[in-house]
Write a protein of this length. Sequence first.
Length: 212
Amino acid sequence: MKTLIVKYIPRYERSVTNKLLNEFIKSADTTELEILDLCESIPDFFNPENIEAYYLRNMMGKELSAAQADSLLKMQIMTQQLKSADIVIIAFPMFNFSMPGSIKAWFDSVLHVGETIDPRGGVYKGLMSGKKALILIAAGGIYSHGDGIGPYFGPEWEYAMSLAKLELKFMGYSEVLGVMAEGTAVLNEEAKTDMLNQKLKEIKKIAEAWYK
Ligand SMILES: Cc1cc2nc3c(=O)[nH]c(=O)nc-3n(C[C@H](O)[C@H](O)[C@H](O)COP(=O)(O)O)c2cc1C
């Protein structure tokens, strides 16, 4: 059972997201771990060349020239890597109420018609059924409650976890879970430690259940 970790953790060891991810790795009883570090392997954005190739190949079933195929190569490698995994863990900090651009570019690289989704017959079908996903996020503000007045933003301001979950559900993942360490910029040290310990416990429980 292969697990893929997709991480974008630019503060490395100082990062709260990194603490969440380390807890998962420590608690997951598996040796089949592959890591995609998006700080090093920067995903491609769609541009005029590769979007044309994508439409031709994935929507219209056309053969591509060598140059067109090459323009999709990095996306293709990331897609195959995701498809080869039974479990995916996606870890990143919240930026501007959503996911950092690198994570969005990774989703744009793998959420491809004919690969992870099938729109034939007029109904979109995700092709990743039977697989599991866990999203780990650290956020400075509070999103579990609050009324839109920062830093107690509340659920209406949250587009990081909700969007990541939606992308994975769209690809057909059978189980999509998320743990968000919130309030890293708000809570005092004692409350922050309590919050983090609670989140680490949740992550341990998920990892133990998934790899038992
Ligand atoms: C560029 C940038 C944008 C951020 N935007 C938000 C935001 O919209 N909402 C929020 O709650 N925190 C925001 N933060 C704070 C981080 O999410 C928070 O500090 C988090 O703990 C960082 O994770 P890390 O410790 O893993 O680096 C932002 C931080 C940075 C650097």
